[in-house]
Design a protein around this ligand. Structure first.
Ligand code: COA
Length: 566
């Protein structure tokens, strides 16, 4: 799914995550947080090297089944290598006693920073703090670094060709090896301009605000750095984990998707973040550090390399320009209310997404929802297909008025202005409830089949890839128009729960589609909605409005159920 796709990684593949923002008033604050975070990551890596991570277990639907932990073991040792026909995932061997380093990027400069030595163990927080302060102090006095990181934002086949010519030089090869072997990349960023796709300036906003920056603006920084003139080149998109620490306290990450699902990444960083919160006294740099200054990586670049970087800047900037992204917090209710209605929160939100889409477009589209298959060894995800016939019947009925005519999106503004009050037509409430129950049952069945390994998509994908590997003719099924339509996921969705007030989002997977991640909280739901500005038929703003109306319509509908405990 990932390694054969030549599309550029930012926006098209790498998700972005925003951490609960912090307040930094000096570069010491940023260095202190980053040093503590890295200490937490290195401690986690020591557990990984001992193969000692506790095995997770399923919390529902055949509760207690052990879950495959392979993704967790890959996170800090993987690197995606571009290829001319397909990419490769390089995973380092895990060994307990080995040197470890990270790469720190700051204003496009790159530094290799040791974080653990095979004989003396992890570098102390005080030493890391001193090293990071050294970098932050040195960078402003250096000549502007070439934006080499931009090359990793190119189409994969293009980057593969440029990488081959860079590798002709021994120093460049060494730099590429350092990047490949790093635990992670730490990006010390400047804040994005406040007018950069900031919804806060235009509308009522919920959630965190730092200065004038709202969560949508923060999410853009994590997804693509804000383009070539901001932090877009202060990245190495091939690296699995890139931690972003911005000088204003906005922090998060960008991760390369091929080794792991978001759930494992979130688990790792939230564990580390919780430890960062603990009341340890702030570190002071030691005067007697035995460490030498971090090694600044320099590149040997010819005219062609500079030309490629200019091209990469243009391509990244147009992709950033095209991304319509919106972090939308629905504050009406959350999973507690849904559970009281005796519906699975995941199923309910999927149906809300179907209704929201239908209200805007009068049709449903192939919908992808990722379902974890980690109950199986090396399992990743299968696809819950939420656009079912049952869902279509229910949403159609929900959008009919008493005369049987369809009503819909054009009334959203009125609905929102009248205090979110949604009035129902005289159309048979019981029929709507019955159809809702049937849609819930179908969606729940499909979800359970998928997480228990009875999905269809991964099975079919396996058969198709086997035919290719065996150089047999590709079976007709895979060339059928129906197969093409069924895999044009105009709604690409995923539940991405977090335990802290952080969230993760990603771009759409087709030019005329939406990406929609959701994070159900007790009394709210955080959605990250994405689309492309170049597509006239999509708009995350309209989708969010339709979603809000849909969620209130569903609440109203369920309140009509006799003896409804909610
Ligand atoms: N009545 C009342 N409560 C119910 C219920 C019902 N009918 N059905 C479920 N619930 C409860 C569950 O017991 C659970 O309770 P808990 O919060 O106390 O544990 C809660 O509601 C949530 O369950 P549900 O909404 O059904 O979903 P889930 O948490 O089991 O998740 C998937 C379903 C498909 C999202 C999950 O199995 C999965 O595969 N997640 C991975 C997604 C992924 O890979 N994302 C990252 C992609 S990068």
């Amino acid at each position: 799914m990932y390694l054969n796709n030549p599309a550029p990684l930012p926006v098209n593949s790498n998700p972005g995550m925003v951490f609960p923002p912090r307040r930094f008033s000096s570069r010491e604050d940023a260095a202190r947080f980053a040093a503590r975070f890295i200490v937490g990551v290195v401690a986690h890596k020591c557990i990984v090297d001992r193969m000692a991570l506790p095995v997770e277990r399923a919390t529902s639907r055949e509760k207690g089944q052990p879950l495959c932990m392979a993704q967790y073991y890959r996170l800090l040792s993987a690197h995606r290598q571009p290829g001319r026909s397909n990419d490769q995932l390089i995973v380092r061997e895990q060994r307990q006693h080995q040197d470890e380093h990270i790469v720190v990027m700051c204003a496009n400069q790159m530094y290799a920073l040791p974080v653990k030595s095979s004989d003396r163990g992890p570098v102390s927080e005080a030493d890391l703090y001193a090293q990071l302060l050294h970098i932050l102090g040195e960078v402003p006095s250096l000549p502007q670094a070439p934006p080499v990181g931009l090359l990793t934002s190119e189409r994969r086949d293009v980057w593969a060709r440029v990488k081959d010519s860079l590798s002709a030089d021994a120093q460049n090869r060494l730099n590429l090896d350092i990047l490949q072997g790093a635990l992670l990349v730490l990006c010390l960023d400047t804040p994005l301009p406040t007018n950069f796709n900031c919804r806060a300036l235009r509308s009522e906003t919920h959630g965190h605000v730092v200065g004038d920056r709202d969560e949508t603006n923060m999410a853009h920084q994590m997804l693509h750095g804000g383009g070539s003139t901001a932090n877009g080149a202060n990245r190495w998109y091939d690296k699995t984990v890139q931690i972003v620490v911005s000088s204003d306290g906005v922090c998060g990450l960008c991760y390369e998707h091929s080794p792991s699902e978001g759930v494992a990444v979130i688990q790792l960083v939230e564990d580390v973040l919780k430890k960062c919160e603990s009341n340890l006294p702030p570190v002071q740099p030691t005067n007697h550090s035995t460490l030498t200054s971090p090694h600044r990586m320099q590149w040997v670049l010819d005219q062609n390399a500079f030309h490629s970087m200019e091209e990469a800047a243009r391509n990244l900037d147009s992709s950033v320009e095209d991304l319509d992204f919106y972090v939308y917090r629905f504050m009406g209710y959350g999973k507690e209310f849904i559970k009281k209605c005796q519906v699975s929160p995941d199923v309910y939100i999927q149906l809300a997404l179907q209704l929201a889409y239908y209200r805007l477009n009068r049709r449903l589209v192939a919908t992808y929802e990722s379902a974890s298959t980690r109950r199986y060894l090396l399992g990743r995800v299968d696809c819950i297909r939420s656009a079912t016939c049952e869902a279509l019947e229910w949403v159609t009925t929900m959008c009919q008025d008493a005369s049987g005519a369809t009503s819909g999106a054009e009334s959203d503004d009125d609905l929102l202005q009248t205090g979110k009050k949604v009035s129902f037509s005289l159309f048979d409430q019981q029929k709507k409830l019955d159809l809702f129950d049937m849609a819930v049952k179908k969606q729940t069945d499909v979800m359970i089949q998928n997480i228990l390994g009875q999905g269809i998509d991964i099975h079919l994908l396996g058969l198709r890839e086997m035919a290719k590997e065996l150089e047999e003719p590709i079976p007709e099924l895979f060339q059928d128009e129906v197969y093409r339509i069924a895999n044009h996921f105009a709604l690409s969705t995923s539940q991405v729960p977090t335990s802290l007030d952080s969230f993760m989002g990603y771009g759409p997977v087709v030019p005329d589609g939406y990406g929609a991640s959701y994070n159900p909280k007790k009394d709210s739901i955080v959605f990250c909605l994405s689309a492309f500005n170049s597509c006239e038929s999509t708009s995350t703003w309209k989708f969010a409005q339709s979603l809000e109306t849909s969620l209130y319509m569903m609440q109203e509908l369920l309140s009509k159920r006799p003896n409804n405990p909610a």
